[in-house]
Design a protein around this ligand. Structure first.
Ligand code: NAD
Length: 457
């Protein structure tokens, strides 16, 4: 299917996918495993092309492309293939006393035909990772990659066409128009990753067909550094989390909240780390990422007027790069604090009283991630138990996302539902409850005008 897929093309594709699904081939767990293995082999054999596409679209280095995109996906496939047969088996559960003699079973079944809409910031990982879950659960899939990363979109289309027939997995390329046409159709499940505003549009469209959704959205994720933190380690891990992919990471620390007593020392450490990672001139460092589009670049450059630049601050229109930048003297009413930054601009706030900080975070929408640097168990427990957020890491950044053992997803405005590992399988499966009733005896007290409680048949 070409870029300009019409509504008719899409409907016809969906009909073919539904026919394929009804042939029951994807019901076989072995078939799913074989297809996932073929997908893994194809990704491995075309790794260089994927890296090249990521370099072209976002200037991702090979190290970054592997560790944050390709490696994560290969690990996800390995993890799921190893456990799939066990997860897919019907599970016996206990029954209540009133159900004596019967047997309860939970039977996972695929939803059917799934729509996956992917964003541009990790255009490979955020397309393939949900796809792996949907295939593992036995669905057919229509994948729409982001139009802002055309090289990755093209390589995804080519690889997936090599592995799957279109009736099983199809890539439909395009932007808002194509997305809108897709959303008009009735899918059995929609998995969306992107902004909060588009998340609302997706949910509204899904509601028309009563289609269940997972929404992986964004938000302003705080990074808190308490006065007892190991500052050398904190600086390195925060700089890594904030400036990887030039800050265009949904779970990047959005702003820094540092205890007044350690602020200067932390900023000093961060200055050293930024120089270590990206040199004296990050704008010309070959491995420092670029901003995805002119529109996003202009939006980010506006933020450089807020507060006072204490680190970085330069930008280059030609290459769409902005230096790793730290802003001090920030207040909540400034534009940089009004929306998710999604770029290499890092505002700093200081605090003295943790209770006040907690109250402030609570007054904002629930973030996708939260990071806390503190050695104290009591402080860690206080923050975790009093604040709601999608997921987070204590004494590091981003890493909770990179393990298939932890469900990944948002809460409140940062999204609903989760995936990765077992959670991906569950997300794309309906859990059918089945009660096998005994025919050896019958509890007759539930029947109208019953005289005996039990009748042996
Ligand atoms: P976006 O919402 O603009 O676009 C995401 C997808 O939706 C794209 O494929 C796009 O073509 C499509 N789309 C855009 N406008 C649409 C419309 N009006 N109707 C239907 N479809 C439409 O998001 P983005 O700019 O690609 O990504 C950035 C956002 O995504 C940030 O807010 C970030 O936090 C969030 N994000 C979240 C996660 C997560 O896992 N929770 C991961 C990455 C990005």
């Amino acid at each position: 299917m070409n870029n300009e897929a019409s509504e008719l093309d899409i409907k016809e594709l969906l009909t073919r996918q539904k026919q394929f699904y009804d042939e029951d081939r994807t019901r076989s767990v072995e078939y799913r495993r074989v297809m996932l293995t073929r997908l893994r082999d194809a990704l491995q054999s075309r790794e260089a092309e994927i890296m090249e596409a990521l370099r072209l679209d976002l200037n991702k280095s090979e190290l970054e492309a592997y560790s944050t995109e390709i490696g994560i996906v290969l690990e996800e496939i390995r993890h799921i293939c190893k456990r799939l047969a066990r997860w897919a088996k019907p599970r016996k559960v206990r029954t209540a006393l009133t159900h004596t003699g019967s047997k309860g079973m939970i039977v996972p079944e695929p939803y059917g035909t799934v729509l996956i809409i992917a964003p541009w910031n990790y255009p490979f990982q955020l397309a393939i990772s949900p796809l792996v879950g949907a295939i593992a659960a036995g669905n057919t899939v229509v994948l729409k990659p982001s139009e802002l990363t055309p090289s990755v979109s093209a390589i995804l289309k080519s690889i997936l066409a090599e592995v799957f027939q279109e009736e099983h997995v199809a890539v439909v390329e395009g932007g808002v128009e194509v997305s809108t046409k897709l959303l008009k159709c009735k899918f059995d499940y929609i998995f969306f990753t992107g902004s909060v505003n588009v998340g609302r549009i997706v949910m509204e469209a899904a509601a028309k067909h009563l289609t269940p959704v997972t929404l992986e959205l964004g938000g302003k994720s705080p990074c808190i550094v308490h006065e007892d933190a190991n500052l050398v380690l904190a600086a390195r891990r925060i700089v890594f989390g904030k400036f990887t992919n030039a800050g265009q990471t949904c779970v990047a620390p959005d702003y820094l909240w540092v205890h007044k007593n350690v602020k200067e020392q932390l900023l000093q450490e961060m200055r050293h780390v930024i120089r270590d990672f990206y040199g004296e001139h990050p704008l010309s460092h070959p491995d420092y990422g670029r901003i995805v589009s002119r529109r996003h670049f202009d939006r980010l450059v506006m933020f450089l007027q807020d507060g006072q630049v204490v680190l970085g601050g330069r930008s280059d229109e030609g290459s769409l790069k902005i230096e790793p930048t730290v802003l001090d003297q920030i207040t909540w009413d400034m534009p940089v604090m009004q929306e998710e930054i999604f770029g290499p601009v890092f505002p700093v706030l200081e605090y003295e009283d943790l209770e006040e900080l907690i109250a402030r975070v609570r007054s904002h929408p629930k973030p996708l991630a939260l990071y806390l640097f503190s050695q104290s168990k009591a402080i860690q427990n206080q923050v975790i138990s009093s604040l709601s957020f999608g997921g987070g890491t204590i004494n590091d950044t981003l890493m909770h996302l990179a393990t298939p053992y932890l469900p990944f997803g948002g809460v409140g405005d940062s999204g609903m539902g989760s995936y990765h590992g077992l959670e991906s399988f569950k997300t794309f499966s309906h859990e059918k409850s089945v009660l096998y009733q005994t025919t050896r005896f019958d509890f007759t007290f539930r029947y109208p005008s019953s005289k005996n409680a039990l009748r042996i048949i």
